[in-house]
Each structure stands twice: as C-alpha cells, then as structure tokens.
Ligand binder design. Structure first.
Ligand code: ADP
Length: 504
C-alpha cells in the first residue's frame, strides 16, 4: 500500500499548528507542530538536494537525547531514507562495526561526540558529518535557518524500512532490526489503545532514543496523535520523579525499565509522591520485581507491565490498568492484530500454564535483520518470531515472562530461571538491586551466584541472603555464593548487563 499522506507531522502542522509537539528539557527549547514541521522540512530538503540521498539510503545519528533526533527521523521519512540511531555508550570499534554493517551516507552527531564522529567517518568512509549543538549555532541549525527549498518527498509503501535499530547488545553481537512504517503504525495504534493516549497526552521520555524505548513508547505514538513529547537528555531519577509528581509539568504518560522505577522509589521524595493525576505509566524491557510493583501500588500508582522487543517495535503486550492489581506480575494480554503463542523446543504450541518460548507474529514484527540471512532463518518459523524469552500464558490470556531463555541455567538437572530468585531477593530489606547468574559447578553442573547492591546504610551478610533464599525458594534454586558490589553494570537503557558479571 502506497502512502501519499503518511507524514504525521505535516498533518498536525496543518490542523493543529499551535499545539506543542516536542519539548527539549535539557536546552529548554519547545516546538509547536508548525515549527517542528518547518524544521523537518529544511532538513529533508537538505538531505535530498544537498546530500543527494536516494530512497533506501541510510543515515545515522550519534547524540544524547534531544528533540533534534525526532526531527531527523521525520526528515528521514520525507527523504525516504532509513535512520540509524547509534548507542553513544559504545566504544569506537563497536560503532565502527555497526556503521560498516549499515553503510551510512551521513553521521549527524552531538557536539560532545565530535571526536569519535571524526574518527568513525575516517574509519568507515562516511562522506559527511553534521554537528548539532542543542539549538546553538551549528551545521544543523544552519540548515534550519535556510530559506524553504522545494524537493520531492519520497514515495513510500508501508513495507519500507524507516528505522534501522541495532539491538542493544545485552546478548551477542548487534544486529540491525529493520522497522517499517507498518511496524510503527501498528505500534502507534496499540500504544494509543492500551495506554489511553489522546491529543491532550504529554509523554515524558528518558529512555535513549537509540532504543525503541525512546522512540516507540510513547514518543512516536504521541506524534502520530498530535500530542506532546518532553525528552530528557538522560535519565535522572530525581528530576523524573519531580516531573511525574508535579501536576504543573503536564506529564500524563511515561514508560521505563524496572531500574528507572527502582531508583525513583529509593529517593526520600518518593515517600510524599502523589501520582494520582497520571494516566498511564508503563514498565517493561526486563523482569520487574514483584516488590517494586507493590511499592508503587501502595502509592496508588498501578504500573502497567508490558512486554516487547526491538524486533516487535515495542508493545507486544501491556497489562490493562483495571487488571494491574488482580494480575500483578503479569505483562498483560496481547495487543490487537498480533498473535502470540508459547511453544516447546520443536515450535509446537503448548497449553495454558506451561512454560516455553514466547513467539509472536503480526504487523509489528520486523521483516528481519539487515543483511543477516542466517540470523533471519534462525529467528523465524512460519512467520513467527522466536523471541528467546521463556513465558507462560494463563487461561485468561495473561502472559507471564519467566526470563530470557539464555539466562536460564540447569542445576542438578533442574531448570533455574534467575528472575525468580531475584524476585525473592528483592523481598529482603536492604537490597537496592540484584542479579543472579549460573556459574559452573563440578557437582551440580551449574549453581547460582547472586550479586547485590545494598541500599545506602544497609548491611547484609552472605549468610543472611542465603538463609532468606532457603526460606523462600526450593533448595536447588538457592544461590551458593553472594557478592556485594557498589554498583551493578547497566546498559544505556538501564537494563542489567549480566554477561559483565564475574563468573570466576
Ligand atoms: P536486548 O535483548 O538487547 O535487551 P531489547 O531491548 O529489544 O534487546 O529487549 C527485549 C527483551 O527485553 C525481551 O526479549 C525480553 O527478554 C526483555 N523484556 C521485555 N519486556 C519484558 C518484561 N515485561 N518482562 C521481562 N523481560 C522483558
């Protein structure tokens, strides 16, 4: 299906030009739909007329969160190019791998990344760099100041790729998930329905824009609707809690990973926090400890857990608010137009209640990884994406994510899912954050090792931790050793990096 009228920003600039589209909290800039439309237009004209991009070309961006990045995506839509947002936490050789893999025409970068950008351009043969400076005079703003130039927006079909998103790399070497206009359209529809977004909504974004979290929940759905998006440069727990609790900020929605909510709950201001005015607050991207969901429920904030992946353009399930207490711990029911199932190791569907691999198919699922035929062959079966997540569904259709299958280890012949042990550890006073991994053991094959970051002022012994586990878990699940750490390793999205935890 061709898309002559797909441009969301142009649409809202025509009908609600004065509505605020985006707010850049770091620089204090704010743009109406009309202003955003004009900026997107200048950049698209530059891409087509000056850079000479062709539909299907790739352009990349390396910067901390900024409203400019949203403009780049919509300019990419008009010029017909794929936009590749880069993880700024990665080292130059890692970025070099991705940029060579994607073969990009342009690298747009924040002023803080001028040095690596120059190095990457040289190493990867990228013909053009463009610097942004948070609205201050720069190559980027020079384009914005130009007079309107005419260009022909690219003709697009729903199946064309808009976003090339390299998976965040908590596992293996990054692969470019291709996300099409169709993937985004259906994610927009589902987020709107599940999170009750309207044109009056105002989403706060702090997850990185190089991850689907910073784009798809809920920035793009808001732009699709004509609502408002405020973007933080990086997650700051204190500022985030302030914005969520201060009615005057106007924020109605946000979506975070469990670490975001853990850190906010540990602030002294949390005790007085009032969230009553918020419409929908989503949590996902990693297993949310039950005690965390309960802590927020006690403050009358029912966190709506959802499951999704880069490859599903985020939302595959979300727990509806009325079910949030009754089904606490569940990631909710499937979104519209997509199918989910639980399968055994032969990809045969399992009945309700049995744990197996979660698989999904439908219009939100990526058509595949960029130039990776082998990964594509391994990841799909009859159109179903094999997610690698272990889950079960109850007889009312509520999904429970047990863990990543690759984080599971086998101890004395029994499957152990670390998320279950972590859940038990979070029930122990003094635990700020924890992670469990399986380490080799001569007798049992593997045994659990727990890593714990304590709350400030708290003290716990290894014995106290292990005794707590014996009291709450089957013996084979009890970790054999405990290591206390000042801080656990996270990726830029805030997810725990288990492969960086010491195994020896
Ligand atoms: P990465 O695998 O690098 O973290 P993604 O950011 O795409 O890449 O993350 C998707 C993964 O996050 C899922 O496959 C799943 O393992 C995990 N995840 C997402 N939502 C949930 C949830 N509600 N509960 C547990 N795990 C989740």
């Amino acid at each position: 299906m061709t898309l002559p009228q797909y441009d969301w920003i142009a649409h809202h600039a025509q009908f609600t030009p004065h509505a605020v589209a985006q707010v850049d909290l770091h620089s204090g800039r704010s743009y109406t739909y009309d202003a955003m439309h004009q900026r997107v237009d200048r950049l698209a004209a530059w891409l087509v007329n000056e850079l000479g991009v062709e539909p299907g070309d790739r352009i990349s961006v390396l910067a901390h969160n900024t409203t400019d990045i949203y403009e780049i995506f919509f300019a990419g839509m008009r010029a017909g190019v794929m936009v590749l947002p880069l993880n700024w936490r990665l080292a130059v050789p890692e970025l070099e791998f991705i940029l060579n893999d994607a073969d990009t025409r342009l690298l747009i970068h924040g002023a803080d990344f001028a040095e690596p950008a120059r190095e990457l351009a040289a190493r990867c043969g990228i013909p053009r760099l463009l610097e942004m400076r948070d609205g201050a005079p720069s190559d980027y703003e020079h384009i914005m100041d130009a007079a309107r130039a005419s260009y022909t927006p690219a003709a697009r079909v729903l199946e064309d790729v808009w976003v090339l998103m390299y998976t965040s790399g908590t596992t293996g070497r990054p692969k470019g998930a291709q996300l099409t206009y169709q993937n985004h359209l259906f994610n927009n529809i589902n987020c709107t329905m599940k999170a009750e977004l309207t044109r009056q909504s105002h989403a706060l974004v702090y997850l990185p824009q190089f991850h689907v979290g910073g784009l798809c929940v809920y920035a793009f759905p808001c732009f699709h609707l004509g609502a408002t998006v405020s973007v933080m440069r990086q997650f700051d727990a204190g500022e985030c809690l302030r914005l969520l609790t201060d009615r005057a900020s106007g924020i109605t929605h946000t979506f975070g990973v469990p670490t975001n909510f853990l850190f906010m709950a540990q602030l002294p201001a949390f005790a007085e926090a009032d969230f009553a005015h918020l419409t929908s607050i989503g949590i996902g991207g990693a297993a949310a400890p039950l005690s965390l969901l309960e802590t927020y429920a006690e403050k009358n904030l029912l966190l709506q857990q959802g499951w999704g992946m880069t490859e599903t353009c985020t939302m595959g399930t979300l727990l509806d608010k009325p079910d949030a207490l009754r089904k606490i711990g569940s990631s909710g029911r499937k979104v519209l137009h997509n199918e989910l199932r639980i399968c055994d190791e032969h990809d045969q569907p399992l009945p309700a209640g049995e744990t197996g691999e979660l698989q999904i198919r439908g219009p939100q699922v990526t058509p595949g990884y960029w130039r990776r035929p082998e990964a594509n062959a391994a990841s799909f079966v009859d159109g179903w994406l094999k997610t690698g997540d272990a889950a079960y569904v109850d007889d009312e259709g509520f999904f429970y994510i047990v863990d990543r299958r690759k984080d599971m280890y086998i101890s004395g012949g029994e499957n152990v899912y670390p998320a279950e042990i972590e859940n038990a550890l979070y029930g122990l006073a003094g635990v700020a954050e924890c992670a469990v991994i399986g380490v080799p053991d001569e007798t049992w094959g593997a045994v659990g090792r727990a890593f714990i970051q304590l709350e400030p002022g708290a003290s716990l012994t290894e014995k106290a931790v292990i005794d707590h586990c014996y009291a709450n878990l089957a013996r084979y699940k009890v970790p054999r050793s405990v290591r206390f750490m000042d801080e656990l390793p996270h990726n830029a999205t805030g997810k725990l990096l288990k492969h960086e935890l010491p195994r020896d």
